[in-house]
Write a protein that binds this ligand. Structure first.
Ligand code: 3NM
Ligand code: MG
Length: 517
């Protein structure tokens, strides 16, 4: 079968139907509101019941002209002449399934890792693969990776598919599955894409099947899949070599607002830094007001700082990330000491999974912890070895290794990465790297000089201070501007200070002077 639309793939589950509805109604609502493919997945029905149900669903899908795929049961698929079958890794091998089905039925295979994807492409007989588990899900209990591979794990498998396509000129289609819902759909599509191969769709179960309003759940999801997400609308990718003075001019003219959700130690200092550079700080942990901010204030960015984490704060962070994403406002993430404990690293993972971040800023230790976080699933051990071979601590990392780590984090999370230290690195993907010399050793004696760089970056990004006057912002250029301003001010303050106390006031003065005078 040719030209199947995989974009919104509903996989059914009859165990989670809301009391107000029925199985068939949920499926019908989905079919009539944008589902492009249906998989009937029944684990507990007798063969007779399965066939009866399949016939009923098939009537609905045929009316709409969309394919019906049967999970696992080739006999049932053949019995009702369904359009295809989906098999998991423990089901009938794809090669046998294909023989039984013949060449014209759709055959899908679940893959959880690169190895499984390689087997599928070597055989070359599947039409599409279901790649998962992306995120933690309650729907399927026996998934290979209960925590989910995240988009990065999916991308590793897409690489295999992409190579197959290049070699054979033939495409195996792909959908991602597991924990996908309205809040992460756009992000999954964005992050699960390679320059030369993109996911063809999203497969979902509970966000439609368990929804009180399956019709709306489906049409909303279809809309999200079709349209460009808000946070992507405000980004430009072409990098310019814009001058710092132009960026500062934009910053001062715009007077952006930086919403800090930051740690208790640095709140005051960060607010002073934000004011000194001509921006305004708001400190708010009142989740209910975020929607009001994000929807109404044009030049606004969010700074998420993990410095003093708590369970309450995690919920607030997640809410903030969702709201800021919804309104296309940029987010700077500072994973403070994320390598200090498993929990902190897990918190970082959760926040990065919650939404699309624009900039991650951290020191070498923090960024390499984030890098290791992604390595659990994604980095073949070979890569890791060659990168970290013989390195016992991050203190021993060469510049080349630091930049490589930054590049991988940038690619994995589709973010601009700022790595701070004696030399600062601003990194985006494989192509963009700007080194900025560190300001002054006295910066290390004052709490908040690291965190407040996050405020400065957020201010530049919010103001679209990238040296152009485009309506979009080039985040890389804006981040470079922020890091340059910050370190120039640090250097100048250091020249006129002998001790930390005076350095602190001189630093604030220099930030002010560099931007205002
Ligand atoms: N297969 P929900 S996860 C059917 O990882 C299925 O292969 C998975 O349900 C896999 O959209 C899954 O409710 C269930 O999270 C996905
Ligand atoms: Mg199965």
């Amino acid at each position: 079968m040719t030209s199947v639309d995989y974009s919104l793939y509903l996989v059914t589950d009859s165990t989670m139907i809301p009391e107000s509805s029925t199985f068939l109604k949920q499926v019908e609502d989905a079919i009539n509101n944008g589902a492009t493919l249906i998989q009937l997945r029944e684990k507990k029905l007798s063969t007779l019941e399965f066939i009866e149900r399949a016939n009923k669903v098939h009537e609905l899908t045929k009316k709409k002209g969309i394919p019906l795929i049967i999970n696992d049961r080739i006999d049932v698929a053949l019995a009702i002449d369904a359009e295809g079958v989906h098999v998991g890794q423990d089901d009938m091998p794809a090669s046998i399934a294909r023989k039984l089905l013949g060449p014209n039925k759709i055959l899908g295979v679940t893959c959880s890792n690169e190895k499984e994807a390689k087997v599928v492409v070597d055989e070359g007989i599947a039409d599409y693969v279901g790649l998962g588990t992306v995120y933690k899900t309650n729907t399927k209990k026996d998934v290979k990776d209960p925590e989910g591979t995240g988009p990065i794990g999916i991308r590793r498998m897409l690489q295999v598919l992409s190579q197959y396509q290049k070699k054979n000129g033939k495409k195996i289609y792909s959908v991602a599955i597991g924990g996908i819902n309205h809040s992460n759909a756009s992000k999954v599509l964005y992050q699960c894409s390679l320059p030369d191969y993109s996911l063809d769709g999203l497969a979902v179960v509970s966000c439609i099947m368990a929804n009180e309003n399956a019709a709306k759940a489906t049409s909303d999801l279809a809309e999200l899949i079709k349209s460009k997400p808000e946070w992507l609308k405000n980004i430009s990718t072409s990098s310019s070599e814009a001058k710092l003075e132009n960026k500062i001019k934009t910053l001062i003219e715009t007077k952006p607002l930086v919403h800090h959700i930051t740690n208790n130690v640095v709140k005051n200092f960060s607010a002073n830094v934000t004011l000194a550079i001509g921006a305004s700080p708001i400190m708010s942990e009142l989740a209910k007001e975020y929607e009001e901010f994000a929807s109404a204030i044009p030049s606004l960015a969010l700074l998420v700082n993990l410095g003093t984490p708590s369970n309450d704060l995690m919920d607030i962070f997640k809410h903030a990330i969702r709201v800021y994403n919804k309104y296309g406002k940029h987010i700077v993430f500072d994973p403070v000491a994320c390598g200090a404990s498993k929990e902190r690293l897990e918190s970082s993972r959760q926040l990065l999974n919650t939404g699309q971040i624009s900039v991650i800023k951290g020191n070498v230790g923090e960024i390499s912890s984030i890098w290791k976080l992604t390595s659990t699933y994604q980095k073949p051990s070979g890569d890791e070895k060659s990168l970290m071979q013989g390195v016992d601590s991050i203190a021993e990392l060469s510049e080349e290794q630091i930049v490589q780590i930054g590049r991988e984090v940038s690619i994995d999370f589709k973010v601009v990465v700022v790595i701070t230290g004696v030399t600062n690195y601003v990194i985006e993907g494989l192509d963009s790297l700007q080194k900025v010399k560190g300001g002054h050793p006295l910066m290390g004696y004052i709490t908040g000089t690291g965190c407040s760089l996050g405020s400065t970056i957020a201010a530049f990004v919010a103001a679209k201070a990238d040296g152009t006057s485009k309506p979009t912002v080039n985040i890389f250029d804006a981040a470079v501007g922020a890091v340059e301003l910050y370190n120039i001010a640090g250097f100048k303050a250091g020249e006129v200070s002998k001790t930390p106390g005076t350095f602190m006031t001189n630093f604030i003065d220099q930030l002010y002077s560099c931007t205002h005078i």
